[in-house]
Write a protein that binds this ligand. Structure first.
Ligand SMILES: [Zn+2]
Ligand SMILES: [Zn+2]
Length: 365
């Protein structure tokens, strides 16, 4: 029997677990659950086989549970919210919560629709645990008892890191780039260990995007793989054409524009008070600007005319983004919001408006 060195084990296990992670983030999560990219048939079939062999996971179950998480995020009905179960509860029991929801036929029926499938899917579904059993046999055949230990580690990897760390800590600790209605957080800016899933708040802000990095210093390994697959012709992005109207652009990337609006507001307020350098500093320090904005709202709103105006516009923008009005009412509210924002005559806010309109104009050019 083959007796490998410690270095061999480290390299082998790191390789296998990184394949698992990239499989989950690119195939199960971005391609199947959110349909952010379309994998070419050969790539999808390889992923489906690896998902069965390495993870024992069914993409329909994964997509259904995960879509329900997005639909009910951090409120009643969320399959694995730290608000309900506590961050440590999800961290340690994430896989139990996942399995429980995956066995709920109502969840599968409501959220598990619209996934591409191949004829071999029926085999994988009928023999869901066979893949893991074959994998265990391969490990033991090659390495004996150490192989069995390696299999246990590999089998526990995704339940701990994806179902536990991402689903638990990704709604509890870290920084928030976007003020999404849920509690999602970016664990760290460098998505190298969990294939970019570390950037969970970015993902909740823009779930239909195949890319999770939203700043130059953020790294998304899964996004890099998507670029490679696209370059090789093994995948295509589904969301390719930007919206052609400003309101549609605003609604599609609502948390991106909201974040930019608050940055512009903080800048406009500081500029009006003769403290532009402080505003620049805030804008340059990631994550600080939103906290500063909320703090300033609480501290300065009383008696500060400019802040009152900005706060009023912020409330109107949030209503535009979150309240489901009929289309004509929404369009009229958006036009009124733009007119009143221009009337404030703040260069930073005017630039925000120009960029918003420019994003749509660029789409029609
Ligand atoms: Zn989440
Ligand atoms: Zn998602």
């Amino acid at each position: 029997m083959f007796h490998p060195s410690l270095l061999f084990w480290v390299v082998l296990l790191l390789s296998v677990t990184q394949v698992q992670i990239l499989l989950v983030t690119v195939y199960f999560h971005r391609a199947m659950s959110h349909r952010a990219l379309e994998l070419a048939s050969p790539a999808r079939r390889v992923c489906r086989f690896l998902g069965w062999f390495l993870l024992g996971m069914n993409p329909v179950e994964f997509a259904a549970v995960h879509r329900k998480h997005h639909a009910r995020c951090d409120v009643a009905g969320d399959p694995h919210s730290p608000v309900q179960y506590g961050a440590m509860g999800v961290l340690l029991k994430g896989i139990i919560l996942y399995r429980r929801e995956a066995s709920n036929p109502d969840t599968i029926a409501q959220y598990g629709q619209g996934l591409p499938c191949a004829f071999e899917d029926a085999f994988y579904c009928r023999h869901a645990n066979l893949g893991l059993a074959v994998q265990a046999i391969v490990w033991v055949s090659l390495f004996g008892l150490p192989g069995l230990l390696a299999f246990v580690l590999v089998a526990a990897w995704i339940p701990f890191w994806a179902a536990g760390v991402v689903n638990g800590l990704g709604h509890a600790i870290g920084y928030r780039r976007y003020h999404t209605p849920d509690r999602s957080t970016n664990l760290v800016p460098f998505g190298c260990w969990l294939g970019g899933e570390e950037l969970h708040n970015n993902h909740h802000a823009d779930p239909s995007s195949a890319f999770f990095a939203h700043a130059w210093y953020e790294i998304d390994f899964g996004g890099w793989l998507v670029h490679i697959l696209t370059f090789l012709g093994l995948a295509s992005l589904r969301r390719t054409s930007p919206p052609t109207r400003p309101l549609a652009a605003l609604l599609r990337d609502r948390y991106v524009w909201l974040r930019k609006f608050r940055t512009a507001s903080a800048f406009a307020h500081a500029t009006a008070n003769g403290r532009a350098p402080i505003a620049v500093l805030r804008i340059c320090i990631p994550g600080l600007v939103l906290g500063a904005w909320n703090h300033r709202l609480r501290q300065l709103v009383t008696g500060d005319v400019i802040m009152e105006q900005l706060r009023s516009m912020d409330v109107r923008l949030c209503e535009l983004l979150h309240v489901r009005h009929p289309a004509p009412v929404l369009a009229a509210a958006f036009d009124g919001f733009c007119a009143d924002l221009r009337a404030l005559n703040a260069p930073a806010l005017n630039r925000w408006l120009t960029r918003l309109h420019g994003s749509a104009i660029a789409a029609t050019a």
